[in-house]
Design a protein around this ligand. Structure first.
Ligand code: GRF
Length: 187
């Protein structure tokens, strides 16, 4: 059985989508979800779905090997960042080479980098009158949003769209593609 561990900081709708997708799959499962936010909604989702979830703080993430040990303890074959907002420390990248992936809600290299997340990304897409946006699934390296791109998918942005409707379209792409790309990487 291949094991996925998800890192998430917020709502966790992608985490839930990935968990339920692999509940139907014989060879792959989500072993655990880790979060850096005690109040993250993703914790409620894990509780409901019966997936172990754990909180870690900044010190254990950045200045120790504790989270790496947890990932190893779950025999993680793939570490999936789904709305996780901290930069991944070098010790974790070294421990899981080409085994940490992220989803970004825009077409990188556009609209990436520190501070470019969630609502801010969609607002910037709107303000720049882009005619398309999308998702990028990429490997994680030591720089925000700069690892090698694995997959992108696009959606049109119309003049009538606002940041909310853009976010909705992007979420639909995420739900459709992220589990399938994870499955491909693991098989
Ligand atoms: C997603 O749009 C993802 O691309 C980005 O953060 C958002 C997380 O949403 N990295 P959710 O927590 O999965 O609902």
């Amino acid at each position: 059985m291949k094991q996925i561990v998800i890192l998430a900081s917020g709502s966790g709708s992608n985490a839930e989508n990935i968990i339920t997708y692999f509940q139907e799959s014989p060879g792959i499962e989500v072993a655990a979800v880790l979060t850096n936010k005690k109040e993250a909604k993703v914790l409620e989702r894990c509780d409901r779905l019966g997936v172990p979830a754990f909180y870690f703080n900044r010190t254990s993430f950045t200045n120790s090997n504790a989270v790496v040990q947890v990932l190893k303890g779950f025999s993680a074959d793939l570490v999936v960042l789904a709305g996780f907002l901290w930069k991944i420390p070098e010790n974790m990248i070294a421990a899981f080479p080409n085994k940490i992936i992220n989803i970004h809600p825009a077409l990188l290299p556009k609209y990436g980098g520190k501070g470019m997340y969630g609502e801010r990304v969609h607002q910037a897409v709107k303000e720049n009158s882009e005619t398309e946006t999308g998702i990028t699934i990429h490997y994680v390296n030591e720089h925000y949003d700069e690892g090698a791109i694995i997959f992108q998918a696009k959606t049109a942005v119309n003049p009538s769209d606002d940041a909310n409707s853009i976010a909705e379209k992007v979420h639909q792409l995420e739900y459709e593609h992220f589990p399938k790309i994870i499955e491909k990487l693991l098989s």
